[in-house]
Design a protein around this ligand. Structure first.
Ligand code: ATP
Length: 209
């Protein structure tokens, strides 16, 4: 039996309530001690985020500041080369040997898990908690096959077993995406109530600089 550590990775371009509320729902439902938010470093050959890494990090700092149990973890931004989740998990396991790692993924992200670098090893290093997201109800093949092979319905298994279980967790359904926020901001629309106020104000400051 070990306590759980939540891992929430993403581009956070920018962070919004669709990241934060589901993460809190998972933390409370599964008695997770801490959720670590890991902004990713996007490889140079892929489409680059709208906001640079320093800004995405700064906005996450603002978003997480008043929430005990939410921590910013910048190891992917600080690492040289491509950031593969499998490497991130190995490094987290070395830093937190007394915890079981729970990778929190929205259903959209889970549907792409089988395309990740060494994805089978990912499941040897952590459990996966899949949250619903509006527009992404249920996985299709081959993600469905992965889910069926590893699915657990007893959250207690996450503390008992080292890794390899996949749990579906219902969370508050918020139809918010970073891409829609970027679109609204670029169209001059008000993005209030989609993300923390401190993040909105900092974004406006950057945009008007
Ligand atoms: P973009 O619109 O730029 O693709 P995004 O809003 O999907 O961005 P990401 O940073 O790519 O945000 O997502 C990081 C993680 O957060 C993923 O696991 C994703 O499934 C999850 N996530 C993002 N938005 C929501 C949401 N509204 N509800 C549930 N999960 C979400």
């Amino acid at each position: 039996m070990k306590p759980l550590l939540g891992i929430f990775g993403g581009t956070f371009d920018p962070v919004h309530f669709g990241h934060l509320r589901p993460a809190l729902d998972v933390m409370q439902a599964l008695d997770i001690e801490q959720v670590r938010f890991l902004p990713n470093c996007v490889p140079p050959h892929r489409e680059q985020p709208w906001l640079d890494a320093a800004t995405r990090r700064q906005l996450l700092e603002l978003a997480l500041a008043d929430m005990p149990g939410f921590e910013l973890d910048c190891r992917e931004l600080e690492r040289e080369g491509k950031s593969y989740m499998v490497d991130t998990l190995a490094s987290l396991q070395a830093d937190f040997p007394d915890h079981h790692l729970c990778l929190i993924l929205g259903m959209d992200a889970f549907c792409g898990l089988h395309t990740w670098h060494q994805w089978q090893r990912v499941l040897q290093l952590c459990h996966v908690v899949v949250t619903g997201r509006p527009g992404f109800d249920w996985p299709s093949e081959p993600a469905l096959q992965v889910l069926e092979a590893c699915r657990c319905t007893d959250p207690g298994e996450l503390k008992r077993l080292e890794a390899g279980r996949i749990l579906l967790q219902s969370v508050t359904q918020l139809d918010i995406s970073a891409s829609e926020i970027r679109r609204q901001l670029q169209s001059g629309l008000d993005i209030r109530y989609l993300l923390p106020e401190a993040v909105r104000l900092k974004l406006l400051e950057i945009k008007n600089a």
